[in-house]
Design a protein around this ligand. Structure first.
Ligand code: UD1
Length: 423
């Protein structure tokens, strides 16, 4: 069967300027939020990636029309008449669960297939459900579907999350904006994508205060006062961090544009500890390095801590640093599969539960490797750019989920790589 691969030559070159796309993790939820507008939402700066295609299909299945013009997505939810999202779509992308909150908000009910297991841990949805129950939703599981009903409508509540879950915060936001009365989400996630969602909901007529802090307060408004809006997605901090890791590996200088540097404060701190120079402007970040990479310890945490979605890219950096680094993964279980692939390229890594001891080596060797998830895939291509010889990366469907034109952008930065179909 034909398969696509990326063949990378280890030239060690990556420098210049690159513009990041809109944030995948924001755009996916903004599309779901459009369900509450009951009309034609215009979303700008939407990345051209396969996860967005899946979310567009989820909305189409509900009865919406979704049209793309370049990086603008027009989502018309006026004719949505279904509240069912089947397993065939949810199993393709866990983020499909983001329609749960807005569907309950719009119809008082939803049938959404339970997301299955995932390669990066159990990824439960208990916090989504517990919070929604506080808002008046009753859940049953029937034949693998989550059947949600708010028999007496949604009402405001004080919800304290066990952990600042991004997805739970978003689902609770999208339901509570149309609940009767006041909702407080305590220990809320503080990611920039949450702020983007709060901003869009307010542009649609909601009354949300505190997005980006640990306590979000929502004054519910009637559903019929919510309206569509035109909104521009924030830049993708993870794509930006991935290119910055690339610039740190080669020495750059490499500038990422279209990103607010405040989204990446902890990643910038870690680049500096690794021995890089980082300069920021209003909408861009530049990394360069003249000294050898230095070992540094990293632990992933909810924002504003170090993002789990940059863990693989920074593990790659530490694998070539002088000295030993400890990387601790606190957000997801089983998120060290990347280490095994990197070890095939000569990295020296020992995993102990959610800690990785990375002993820096002087060089990596090109090898055939496979993406185990989206971020690991992106990091393996970067590894190939600095490895000795040729690297062949498989499993491109992972990279295509979240990186728009990854090969093209890296080639424009001077990397020597090509995407090929084999078999
Ligand atoms: C989102 C991002 C993902 C990122 C993650 C953490 C999207 C589409 N994905 O995922 O790229 O890595 O945030 O920044 O936006 N958990 C529970 N019960 C719940 C909810 C979560 O136990 O009800 C656990 C998860 O298993 C995980 C941790 O909490 O271990 C974090 O999950 P969460 O913040 O919800 O991440 P996602 O929204 O799934």
């Amino acid at each position: 069967m034909a398969e696509e691969i990326i063949v990378v030559q280890g030239t060690g070159t990556l420098k210049g300027e690159v513009r990041v796309s809109g944030a995948k993790n924001s755009a996916l939820k903004l599309i779901a939020a459009a369900l509450l507008g009951q009309g034609r939402c215009v979303l700008h700066n939407v990345p051209q990636i396969s996860d967005i295609d899946v979310m567009s299909n989820v909305l189409r299945r509900l009865g919406a029309t979704v049209e793309r013009q370049d990086h603008t997505l027009v989502v018309d939810t006026a004719a949505v008449d279904s509240y069912e999202t089947p397993y065939e779509l949810v199993s393709k992308m866990r983020a499909s669960i983001s329609v749960l909150g807005p569907l309950i908000g719009r119809f008082g009910r939803a049938h959404v297939a339970m997301p299955g297991g995932c390669q990066i841990g159990a990824r439960k949805i208990d916090m989504h459900l517990l919070g929604l129950e506080k808002l008046g939703v009753h859940f049953d599981v029937k034949h693998g579907d989550l059947v949600a009903v708010a028999e007496n409508g949604l009402h405001g509540a004080y919800i304290t999350l066990d952990f600042p879950s991004v997805g739970a915060t978003e689902n609770l936001l999208m339901a509570s904006v149309v609940a009767e009365g006041e909702t407080t989400i305590d220990n809320a996630a503080r990611e920039p994508e949450i702020v983007d969602l709060c901003n869009m909901l307010n542009e649609m007529g909601a009354n949300v205060v505190g997005g980006g802090s640990s306590t979000i307060t929502v004054q519910g408004v009637p559903l019929n006062t919510m309206h569509p809006c035109e909104h521009t997605t924030v830049g993708d901090r993870i794509e930006a961090g991935t290119f910055l890791a690339g610039g740190a590996l080669t020495g750059g200088p490499l500038t990422v544009k279209g990103i607010d540097p405040s989204f990446l404060r902890m990643a910038i701190v870690k680049l500096e500890s690794l021995g890089c120079q980082v300069d920021t402007a209003a909408d861009s970040i530049t990394v360069s390095r003249t000294e050898p990479l230095r070992a540094t310890d990293i632990q992933t945490l909810p924002h504003p801590g170090f993002p789990t979605d940059l863990q693989a890219q920074f593990m790659l950096l530490t694998s070539l640093a002088q000295g030993n680094s400890v990387i601790t993964e606190n957000v997801f279980e089983n998120r060290f599969m990347f280490a095994a692939e990197l070890m095939r390229m000569g990295a020296d890594i020992t995993i102990d539960d959610h800690h990785a001891l990375v002993c820096g080596v002087s060089a990596l060797q090109g090898a055939p490797v496979s993406s185990t998830d989206l971020r690991a895939g992106a990091a393996l291509v970067l590894a190939g750019i600095v490895a000795e010889g040729e690297t062949v990366v498989r499993g491109l469907e992972h990279i295509d989920r979240g990186y728009e034109n990854y090969v093209g952008k890296l080639a424009a930065l001077g990397a020597s790589l090509e995407r090929k179909t084999i078999g």
